[in-house]
Design a protein around this ligand. Structure first.
Ligand code: KDG
Ligand code: MG
Length: 402
């Protein structure tokens, strides 16, 4: 089998997605997600200019060699743009291989370790009582695990919270929105929120929270200690994660489990976190980490150190990534949980897929390959529109992590 052509589809059915389609001489094609929120065209150009010409004529079954060709062979290793581009190629090749062998991708990754994938959803409220209402709505939908984010008294806007009645979406059209931040107000408020959720809904619900990179290590240690009575499933991204040893300090102070990694793109972002057992859940995602091929190696390393997966699954990852993640989660032993932020129904129409949600779990179908397609006609009706993630400043105006 030979790769004959590859093309990119950049579309915006409510939000931007970049999709790579690789075609072969046997009529089989594969899909890969290349979406990097707020930087979509950088990845599209990288693929178009530097990767696609080198793919033509290659045997799509040579997944490992093709991966190394684009990783080692580029000389300029790592980084989210490069790794998202390689991920798209890698996903598409696994899709092709599954279709060619007439089997779902999970069978190529070791077979089924489980039949259902526990997911967590987002309950975002403008204030404490609104958040409690939204938690209730999600419990009614059957979710067993819920991430709670809330507006904080005294801060105009914060991560993860939309205006009342609106759906939260990280990127917005126009120039970047500026939000403001107070660590003090946040740290004082959050334990009240967790306490209110536990008082109202009891102990069985898995409760999660995303600090979104905003604390220092000692502040994160306080956060984790204050959260201990409410036994969170995890605290996510407590600190900015460039410095892996930060997590040792947090770890030394608290038993609240730690999840990190949605902005990682290589094993070298998390090797110490894993081998020194400084975290509990790895949040890397297939699209931003170079694809299924390297993540399989990372997950196997993590298994040795009792670190489980909890892959990123926000709306900026397309249904192609969700399908790939569900195959992956089905196969690996050390699966923990999968994030589920449902796509707009239009996105599901543009990307028809073979997975579904029911009563707190996701189920992958048994179509060959990844089991996801792209409706090219429909996609062409929604052209790319530039959008940005917000930026964040402390109350005195200092730039801070968003
Ligand atoms: O594009 C950025 C979002 O995907 C990210 O902010 C979402 O933190 C996030 C999460 O946990 O889903
Ligand atoms: Mg997050």
């Amino acid at each position: 089998m030979k790769i004959t052509e590859a093309k990119l589809v950049v579309c915006s059915p409510t939000r931007n997605f970049v999709t790579l389609i690789i075609y072969t001489d046997q009529g089989i094609y594969g899909l890969g997600d290349a979406t990097l929120n707020g930087r979509e065209l950088a990845v599209a150009t990288y693929l178009e200019e530097y990767c696609i010409p080198c793919l033509i004529g290659r045997n799509p079954f040579d997944i490992e060699d093709i991966w190394q060709y684009f990783y080692k062979g580029a000389y300029w290793k790592r980084g989210p743009v490069t790794m998202s581009a390689i991920a798209a190629i890698d996903m598409a090749l696994w899709d092709i291989k599954g279709k060619a062998l007439n089997t779902p991708v999970y069978n190529l990754l070791g077979g089924k370790s489980r039949d259902q994938i526990m997911v967590y959803c987002h309950a975002n409220g403008t204030d404490l009582s609104h958040t409690l209402e939204v938690v209730h709505e999600h419990l009614e939908m059957g979710y067993k695990a819920i991430r709670v984010q809330s507006g904080i008294p005294g801060i105009a806007s914060t991560y993860g919270v939309a205006a009342k009645g609106e759906k939260y979406e990280p990127a917005t059209r126009g120039l970047p929105h500026e939000s403001s931040w107070s660590t003090e107000k946040y740290l004082n408020f959050m334990p009240n929120l967790f306490s209110a959720v536990r008082n109202k809904y009891g102990d069985n619900l898995h409760l999660l929270h995303d600090c979104h990179h905003r604390l220092t290590p000692i502040e994160a240690a306080r956060f984790g200690k204050d959260a201990e009575p409410f036994h969170l499933f995890w605290m996510e991204d407590p600190v900015s994660e460039e410095l892996q040893e930060s997590f040792r300090l947090i770890r030394n102070h608290t038993t609240t489990p730690i999840a990190v990694g949605e902005i990682f793109n290589s094993v070298f972002d998390c090797n110490r976190l894993i081998t020194e057992q400084l975290i509990d859940y790895l949040r890397m995602t297939i699209v931003h980490s170079g694809g299924i091929t390297p993540l399989q190696k990372i997950a196997h390393l993590a298994e040795v150190y009792n670190v489980r997966t909890g892959f990123h699954g926000a709306t900026d990852l397309s249904p192609v990534t969700m399908a790939a993640a569900l195959h992956f989660n089905t196969a690996i032993h050390n699966f923990g949980i999968q994030e589920h932020m449902p796509h707009d129904p239009l996105v599901d129409e543009v990307f028809p897929h073979d997975y579904h949600f029911n009563d707190g779990f996701m189920f992958i179908g048994d179509k060959p390959g990844l089991g996801v397609d792209l409706d090219l006609d429909l996609a062409s009706k929604y052209p790319y529109q530039r959008a940005f993630l917000p930026v964040n400043r402390r109350e005195d105006g200092t730039m801070w992590n968003w």
